[in-house]
Design a protein around this ligand. Structure first.
Ligand code: IDP
Ligand code: MG
Length: 153
């Protein structure tokens, strides 16, 4: 049974420019997760500084904010049982060379500074980031016709 767990996923400007939006959405869709919010945005510096506040003392922080601000970001919320844990596995490791083939970063990128996708590593950070990037009214709640074919109760 779906437990209502949610993850914030963002396709970064490099993933967008490299035409990987459809491929990435396809993977979450085909896994069985439900897309409940999505928008294409150019994120503001303020939003990105808040989003990455836990990394503010790292040497790459300014470059990271600039990179994330440099183009379109596809911001999404996906929902499903253990979506945070599974989503991280689907993304691969932060550093692409550590990512296994079959993962998004393992298949589509080379350097940590251009690792094409963001996703939360905990339910707490997911809920925080969903609140940062989306208004509650931007969530779309609907009954999935495939639910009983994905979950056994
Ligand atoms: P995550 O995105 O896998 O959760 P974090 O450690 O939270 O990884 O780092 C956030 C983002 O900061 C990474 O996805 C990557 O874009 C960037 N980043 C992390 N480490 C480095 C680095 O050493 N150089 C450049 N960018 C980095
Ligand atoms: Mg992180």
């Amino acid at each position: 049974m779906a437990n209502g767990e949610r993850i914030f996923i963002a396709i970064k400007p490099d993933g967008f420019q490299r035409s990987l939006v459809g491929e990435i959405i396809k993977r979450f869709e085909q896994k069985g997760f439900r897309l409940i919010a999505m928008k294409l945005i150019q994120a503001s510096e303020d939003l990105l500084k808040e989003h990455y506040i836990h990394l503010k003392d790292r040497p790459f922080f300014d470059g990271l904010v600039k990179y994330m601000q440099s183009g379109a970001v596809v911001a999404m919320v996906w929902e499903g049982l253990n979506v945070v844990k599974t989503g991280r596995v689907m993304l691969g490791e932060t550093n692409p060379p550590d990512s296994k083939p079959g993962t998004i970063r393992g298949d589509f990128c080379i350097q940590v500074g251009r690792n094409i996708i963001h996703g939360n590593d905990s339910v707490e950070s997911a809920e925080k980031e969903i609140g940062l990037w989306f208004q509650p009214e931007e969530m779309v709640y609907y009954k999935s016709c495939s639910q009983s074919w994905i979950y056994d109760e």
